[in-house]
Design a protein around this ligand. Structure first.
Ligand code: SF4
Length: 289
């Protein structure tokens, strides 16, 4: 297998074969994101990918069951070409159970329901969507490139195509100023999307990003650890998704939480209230480094 630049994948794809279908991210403008900041976006050729798939088959045999397509946004690839890639994977790995990838809301909105269903039938069955926030103002400040209504449409399109949708919300994305709105509106957007998975992680402000400049200038003030937990509590309290796996256990989170909504919602809220009643370490949560 050949990889270019840094490769990122969700924790749940730790055991998947990673095929780098694109290099970088087609959007690459989110103010907080440093993942592909210095990488020019390109779609890798089908010939290159066929060679990589052949190399993987020679190395791992035909038993590969899960594949993750990197980098930031392979769903932007033209549907015909994506189908070709999926067919090559199915040919090489007859036991293939699922293919996953990151998706931007923009790339989801460029695909029709029928196109997504066709991709789903070729095992592209889990998408990871960085919702980040449901607040119009926070999305605008993050330069996400879509508003909440477009985010809902994008998410719904994946869900209605029968794909598993895994969504991420970033705690602290609105700073102290928009903390309440961020919690409330993020829950409202996810209530409408009704994804299969909901996870939160805490904002890590990376040097060299526009968000870091904003933090240095004082226009973005991250919430402190206690405020971050309060934001998480308010977000969770407003969630009404009836059937979703909830996780707040990213490495950047101080208090790992996991459960099934709505069954475990009250227990999760109780854990949060207990944590808020005690001392909270200073060194977790939204921060610069
Ligand atoms: S869409 Fe995702 S990968 Fe691309 S810049 Fe935004 S956060 Fe980074």
């Amino acid at each position: 297998m050949r990889y270019e630049g840094n490769i990122f994948r969700p924790p749940s794809e730790a055991n998947s074969l990673i095929l780098q279908a694109t290099v970088g991210c087609s959007h690459n403008r989110c103010t907080f994101c440093a993942m592909y900041r210095n990488t020019s976006f390109r779609v890798r050729s089908i010939e290159e990918l066929k060679e990589d798939i052949a190399m993987a088959r020679a190395c791992f045999g035909t038993g590969v069951r899960r594949v993750f397509l990197a980098d930031g946004d392979p769903l932007i690839i033209q549907t015909q070409r994506l189908k070709q890639i999926l067919l090559c994977l199915l040919q090489a790995f007859p036991k293939l159970q699922r293919v996953g990838t990151y998706a931007t809301p923009q790339s989801l909105l460029l695909k029709s329901q029928e196109e997504l269903e066709a991709l789903r039938s070729l095992k592209l069955s889990i998408l990871y969507l960085g919702v980040e926030s449901g607040s119009a103002e926070v999305l605008k400040r993050l330069n996400k490139g879509v508003n909440p209504e477009e985010m809902v449409q994008a998410g719904r399109r994946a869900v209605e195509a029968g794909m598993k949708l895994s969504t991420m919300i970033i705690l602290g994305a609105g700073g102290i100023e928009l903390k309440d709105e961020h919690a409330r509106e993020s829950a409202a957007v996810l209530n409408r999307i009704a994804p299969r998975f909901i996870s939160t992680l805490s904002m890590m402000v990376v040097e060299g990003t526009p968000l870091h400049d904003e933090m240095v200038a004082g226009s973005y003030v991250p919430p402190d650890p206690r405020q971050t937990l309060e934001e998480l509590r308010d977000f969770l309290a407003a969630l009404e998704v009836t059937s979703a796996i909830f996780r707040s256990n990213h490495v950047s989170n101080f208090l790992p939480l996991a459960g099934t909504l709505m069954k475990d919602k009250q227990a999760l809220l109780n854990t949060l209230e207990e944590a808020l009643a005690g001392p909270i370490p200073d060194d977790f949560g939204p921060q610069g480094y």
